[in-house]
Design a protein around this ligand. Structure first.
Ligand code: ARG
Length: 470
């Protein structure tokens, strides 16, 4: 049991207590960030004359070696240490002796862990934004390639009006675009450095916190040392953004599962992205979509867990906050793998455009357009709505579509109908005449595609990647 404290204790820590308290088994994930933060800290201490240059060099040399040894598997991060900070410091002292004992000057594990977690979350935020970006690229391709792939649009899961696959994919594009922007927002909000806050009340050493912050690519230092060590808002913001991503992925997964069902047959999931049944030979199941939908609960759980952990904590640091790590790490890994797999599934999926178009022709998706046709001939909308309603009833009895009725049959319901009605309510016309901004008509879609193409060319994560120090 290797600890950084013990001077005021007269007894060994009970083994059960040590294990319960320890966090190294999971905070070893913060190893890189811990080393980076320590290098920045001693660089600043030397600049301020708090450490000599020789001491600083010895410490940095030791830290760099530890980093290499761990990376190459020569040094293992084992459970005998309380946490990752103890592991690094103990190994440093072993390697460089007395200089190593000065690493923790003007620092507490409270500001140290606040920094490590922030560096980690910041790096992962960029990586997740990258995964979202790649999904957006796939969606934009589908939007470009399916401007005239007609399909029914639904409300209440009932066929409502015709649309295109391009338009449907465009809806998800907007959702994931907002998700990416949310990640950008929280990145900016969290990008202030807590190091130098000490245990919670700063320190009497003349630290240059702005300098430390600039060494690690932060906008500046945090402005209240109590808040610095007890703030986990940025973790909650990330988990909230991740929950929203999962909610969107889950809705999309649900549609894919429906489209893949025997009744719909709108799509074929690639063999590489589906699984079979151990008993039913005919089965090809949408397991990836189902798993993504299922894992949503786990990510929401992480958000709820963190909100609850932080609720009621008095200022400043409390050990409860050690509970931020496992759920956050798990949520991050879950979302990254879901994004990558979902994108692969989407990119390789086959869309059965003929089946989709036939489905759009059935179910009276042109009923609104038939009413609009009458309105254009001078019938008030409410009356037109009633006429088409009666027509639908008639068609249901005959088991046919509005387009299949003869002109005589149409005129029997309303004399306003003329030969041009067939063109006015054809699937193609129904879609192509919808040209308001955001609608599925070709020109409106092309404009949305152009704007979103532009968005991707200037997206924040490409720009911030170069600033990311890890
Ligand atoms: N393992 C701790 C955590 O994750 C590090 C901070 C410990 N600070 C303390 N005062 N015990 O929060």
């Amino acid at each position: 049991m290797a600890q950084l404290w013990g001077g005021r204790f007269t007894k060994e820590t009970d083994k059960l207590v040590f294990d319960f308290n320890a966090s190294v088994s999971f905070d070893k994930r913060l190893f890189e960030q811990d080393i980076e933060g320590s290098i920045a800290h001693v660089t600043m201490l030397a600049k301020q004359g708090i450490l000599t240059c020789e001491e600083k060099d010895a410490i940095i040399r030791g830290l760099t070696q530890i980093r290499q040894d761990v990376a190459q598997g020569r040094l293992l991060i084992t459970d005998e240490y309380e946490d990752i900070h103890s592991f690094v410091e103990a190994n440093l002292i072993e390697r460089v002796g007395d200089a190593g004992k000065k690493l923790h000057t003007g620092r507490s594990r409270n500001d140290q862990v606040a920094l490590d977690m922030k560096l980690y979350v910041r790096k992962e935020t960029v990586q997740i934004a990258d995964c979202v970006y790649e999904l957006l690229e796939t969606l934009l391709e589908l939007m470009k390639n399916n401007l005239t792939t007609y399909m029914p649009g639904f409300t209440h899961l009932q066929k409502a009006q015709p649309t295109t696959l391009s338009h449907h994919m465009g809806a998800y594009f907007e959702m994931f675009k907002r998700d990416m922007l949310r990640l950008g927002d929280l990145y900016h909000r969290m990008n202030y450095c807590p190091l130098g806050a000490g245990a919670f009340a700063g320190t009497t050493y003349r630290l240059d916190r702005s300098y430390t912050a600039s060494l690690m690519g932060f906008e500046g230092p945090t402005l209240n040392s109590m808040d610095s060590v007890s703030d986990r808002d940025y973790v909650i913001e990330l988990l909230s953004a991740l929950s929203t991503i999962m909610m969107h992925l889950s809705r999309f997964s649900e549609e894919i599962i429906i489209w893949n069902s025997n009744e719909y047959r709108f799509i074929d999931i690639d063999d590489g992205f589906s699984t079979g049944s151990s008993i039913m030979p005919q089965k090809k199941n949408p397991d990836i979509a189902e798993l993504v939908r299922g894992k949503t609960g786990r990510v929401y759980g992480a958000l709820m867990s963190m909100l609850t952990t932080m609720k009621g904590l008095p200022l400043a640091y409390n050990k409860d906050m050690q509970e931020d790590k496992e759920v956050t790490f798990d949520a991050i890994e879950t979302v990254k793998s879901c994004l990558v797999l979902f994108r692969g599934m989407l990119a390789t999926m086959k869309f059965h455009s003929k089946t989709m178009e036939e489905s759009a022709m059935k179910g009276f998706t042109n009923a609104t357009d038939a009413a609009d046709y009458l309105v254009n001939k001078g019938v008030p909308f409410r009356d037109a709505h009633a006429v088409i309603g009666r027509l639908v009833l008639y068609c249901l009895e005959k088991d046919s579509a509005i387009d299949d009725l003869s002109l005589e049959e149409l005129q029997a319901v309303s004399p306003v109908f003329e030969e041009d009605v067939y063109d006015a309510i054809s699937l193609k016309t129904c879609v192509e005449k919808r040209l308001t901004t955001g609608a599925p008509g070709r020109e409106a879609m092309e404009e949305a595609i152009r704007l979103n193409q532009d968005f991707l060319a200037h997206a924040w994560n490409r720009e911030y990647k170069t600033n990311e120090t890890m």
